[in-house]
Every structure is written in C-alpha cells, then in structure tokens.
Design a protein around this ligand. Sequence first.
Ligand SMILES: C[S@@+](CC[C@H](N)C(=O)[O-])C[C@H]1O[C@@H](n2cnc3c(N)ncnc32)[C@H](O)[C@@H]1O
Length: 260
Amino acid sequence: MATLKGSQGFERHYAAIYGERWTRLKAALLNPRQGVPFQQGLTAPYYLDPASILCAQTLPVKENAVLGDFCAAPGGKTLVLASRLPPGATLIANEKSATRRTRLVNVLNRHLPEELRRRVMVRGWDAALFGRSQPLSFDGILLDVPCSSERHLLEQPQYLQKWGPGRGKHLAIQALALAASALDSLKPGGYLLYSTCSLNPEENDGVWEKLLKKRTCWEKIELKDLPGETTRWGKIILPDQHGGMGPLFFTLLRKNLPDL
Ligand SMILES: C[S@@+](CC[C@H](N)C(=O)[O-])C[C@H]1O[C@@H](n2cnc3c(N)ncnc32)[C@H](O)[C@@H]1O
C-alpha cells in the first residue's frame, strides 16, 4: 500500500500511535491555545503556554553558572530562564535564523530589566557545532529543538497538506545531532533540558534511545511532582489531559564523565 501524505496520511499516522485516544487528543489540539502571562522578574508580561513555563523552570541553575539556550527564538523559554538567573550567572541565547534572531532580540529588549539583559548574550551559531567549538563549557543547556509541531500543522491546513512521514524522521535525525552536540558542550555535572512540542515519539524518547548508542556519559533525572505523563526518558504534557496545555515533551539529564 502506498504511503499516504497530506492530511489523510497525518491522520493515519497519529491514529496508529495514539489509538482510540487520537480523536480526543486531536479535538483538544484544535481548541484555541491557553497562553498565560509570565511576568516574574520581567518588565512586561509575555504570553506563553503554561507547559513551556513549567519546562523552562526545570533546568537547575546555580551562582556563576554559564547557561545556554541553544534554539532560542522567539524567546519565551529564554525569558523564563533569564528570570531565574542567580547572581553572576550568564545565559547565551542562540538562534541560527537571522529573522528569528531579530525577533528574539526584540523580545529580550522589551521584557528583560537592564541588569538581566546585560547577562543574556545573543548568538547566531548552528547549535550542531557547539560540541566541537565549545566542548565542556556549559553548566546547563536548554535544547528546545525544531520539531513536527503538530498543533501548528492542524491550525494551518496549508502546511498539513505538505505533511509526509519523512518529516518526523528528518527532524528526529536533526534533533539527535543537536542533542549529541549539546551533551559534548556540557561540563561534567552539567544539566541538559531537552524539549519539543511534538506528539511524535521518534522526536521525543526516540532521540534518547538512539543517543544512548552514541554517548553513555549521561543519566536521566526523575521529574517528580510535575504534571505530565511519564515516558521512558521524560514527561509529556498533552492538552486532552492537562487542561489544554502542550503538547510539550521534556527530559532532564545530567552529564557524567565526558565521552570526548
Ligand atoms: C522550537 S523553536 C524554539 C522556541 C523557543 N525555545 C521558545 O520557547 O520561544 C526552535 C528554534 O530553533 C531554531 N533552529 C533550528 N535549527 C537550529 C540550529 N541548528 N541551531 C540553532 N538554532 C536552530 C529555529 O530557527 C527555531 O527558532
């Protein structure tokens, strides 16, 4: 049987993964998003999904830490991280796309008080190169990778028509390269918070199943007392079960001895 593309293929693909639940989940994904204002430590509120706030609050931070947000634009999670910067800590907010980087800079300028803004440096590197260019350099990294963004696809039928099963596979391969690079650029004892807004297990737990074959220098940190369904490597918050929040998958890892 030929592989189906477009909305029919999308439907069949996710119905096969989520079974009977898919109808409820899809209905919840089609509901308007539930953005909430985040203002703690900011000069103006920024509206984002409460799941994104929860996620960005999970990365452990300490005084004088060097932190990285490797895929940062438009900057919602960067603001949450920046609002938690302890004394002496700095944050590199990195975004490869020049257009999106401009948006990121505007968001940071508009929402961060001067003292925090001075400690957030914006960069435009390819995050897949951090591992080589800056090995063993960061105490904590947020890696919020580009992903299938199914909620976005459902909201924009013109993109749904272009969907194919290769899309998620391609994004999972890209995420694997970014995750390996982020691990290499962490100091031993540093933390990596990996996240996606995808429903596709290949882009979530699947990345860490594959990474285990390339790097063994990490361990999972249990995410206790947080909303979300527990998966093998992290948590997934889905809107049908969490009051419209998500989708958001996140996993927190600690680096042990380097593989380098
Ligand atoms: C899921 S979005 C990040 C959302 C952001 N963390 C937030 O909460 O507002 C992923 C971002 O990664 C950027 N990106 C994609 N590939 C990249 C790469 N190789 N290096 C750095 N950034 C990249 C994309 O342009 C996009 O802006």
